[in-house]
Design a protein around this ligand. Structure first.
Ligand SMILES: [Mg+2]
Length: 385
């Protein structure tokens, strides 16, 4: 069984915990509205006004003018994220973090020591609440795809178990856009075919879906049956680490696109450091409104795990796209590959160390010793250059 843990409104919840005076107010963590920043997180109070993550901050502030807007404190969130990670590792070494606040856990080998998956899921939720004063939503299911839906469906403070014999009953009534990869235009296409919930897909012949949607159709059919064979892969074992974001509305403003890319870079480089890995290749993926997908990659002279260096390479790649005057963008992805463990001379005390890596390391160490409040890196990278 797989457990998917996803913290509720993570950045915003950490801020509320640190500042009791703002509890109960709508809280938005994000870039500055006048600098085309985007929302990183919004608490549930702010979400009632229609605010959600990945929305331009300017729009969020219009929807909820009395919200408390905070710039975000990545050093603090990373610190808390490590504490959450250490809770997971009490129960299994097989942890695949997806971002600072979300991970898959394979708990099959933990049964004898810690009980079944449902019991472990409950304990993790309780530990996080008791020790960190934060709320996690947890999904327990036979595979990643189902566990991820399960953790989301009763958010916030959700706990959902999908037993193997109840997969169909769980999936069938859900709307098709619960399936991975069903965005707005695929949804339109499916609706035209009279497909509205997952049951409708499950009952179609696989060959029909393939004719309609190509390879993507085959994949959707499998998911609709509850089939997902992907294993949990720890960062140490990963061949590449990537993250992507599909926009609700296509993005035209390239500065907004830049802000989104920076968030992806921060997440991917954080995962590199978590896995004690450096990357040699970075890659950007852009999907245009006509579904054309373009990827660009660059090989770095020096393998790195530093947010600053990776961002430099990513921003240069993005500039190339922008200079070609590509139109509105529906998805941006960022990946790091050709992974390796850092060479010994890249250690903390070597002279040849990249300055930013030093900042990353020192931030980590200070946080470990004195707690996160000791150092606030904040938004140390300027989005617009
Ligand atoms: Mg979350």
């Amino acid at each position: 069984m797989i457990i998917h843990v996803d913290m509720d409104a993570f950045y915003a919840s950490v801020e509320e915990r640190e500042r009791p005076e703002i509890a109960g107010h709508p809280v938005i963590v994000g870039g500055a509205p006048d600098k085309r920043g985007v929302v990183s997180a919004a608490n549930y109070n702010a979400r009632q006004f229609g605010v959600h993550s990945a929305m331009p901050t300017a729009q969020a502030v219009k929807l909820c003018p009395h919200a408390i807007l905070l710039p975000g404190n990545m050093a603090l969130y990373s610190h808390v994220s490590r504490q959450i990670r250490s809770v997971f590792e009490r129960y299994t070494p097989l942890v695949e973090p997806l971002s600072l606040d979300e991970a898959f856990l394979d708990v099959d080998a933990s049964r004898r020591l810690h009980g079944n998956a449902e019991e472990i899921g409950k304990k993790i939720k309780q530990d996080i609440k008791a020790e960190l004063a934060l709320v996690a939503s947890v999904g327990v299911a036979p595979n990643k795809f189902l566990a991820k839906i399960a953790s989301d469906i009763k958010k916030p403070d959700g706990f959902v178990v999908v037993d193997a014999e109840k997969i169909q009953a769980f999936l069938d009534p859900l709307p098709v856009n619960r399936l991975w990869g069903v965005g707005k235009s695929t949804l339109k296409h499916l609706n035209k075919l009279n497909v509205f919930n997952i049951k409708d897909i499950r009952q179609l012949p696989q060959s029909f879906l393939q004719r309609q949607l190509g390879k993507h159709g085959l994949h959707l059919w499998e998911l609709a049956q509850g089939i997902d064979a992907r294993p949990v892969v720890t960062n140490h074992q990963a061949k590449s680490i990537s993250n992507e974001r599909t926009f609700e509305k296509d993005i035209e403003d390239k500065k907004v696109l830049r802000a989104h890319l920076l968030q992806l870079v921060e997440q991917v480089s954080w995962r590199l450091r978590q896995g004690n890995l450096v990357c040699r290749v970075v890659r950007i993926k852009i999907r245009l409104s006509n579904f054309k997908t373009i990827t660009r990659s660059v090989t770095l002279t020096d393998p790195t795990q530093s947010t600053q260096n990776i961002w430099k390479a990513a921003a240069t790649l993005l500039d190339k796209f922008v200079s070609e005057n590509i139109g509105p963008i529906r998805l941006v992805g960022f990946g790091a590959s050709d992974l390796d463990h850092p060479a010994p001379q890249q250690g903390l005390f070597s002279d040849s160390i990249e300055p930013q890596r030093k900042i990353d390391c020192v931030a980590d160490q200070i946080n470990k010793r004195f707690g996160a409040a000791a150092l606030r890196r904040g938004t140390f990278i300027k989005v617009s250059r």
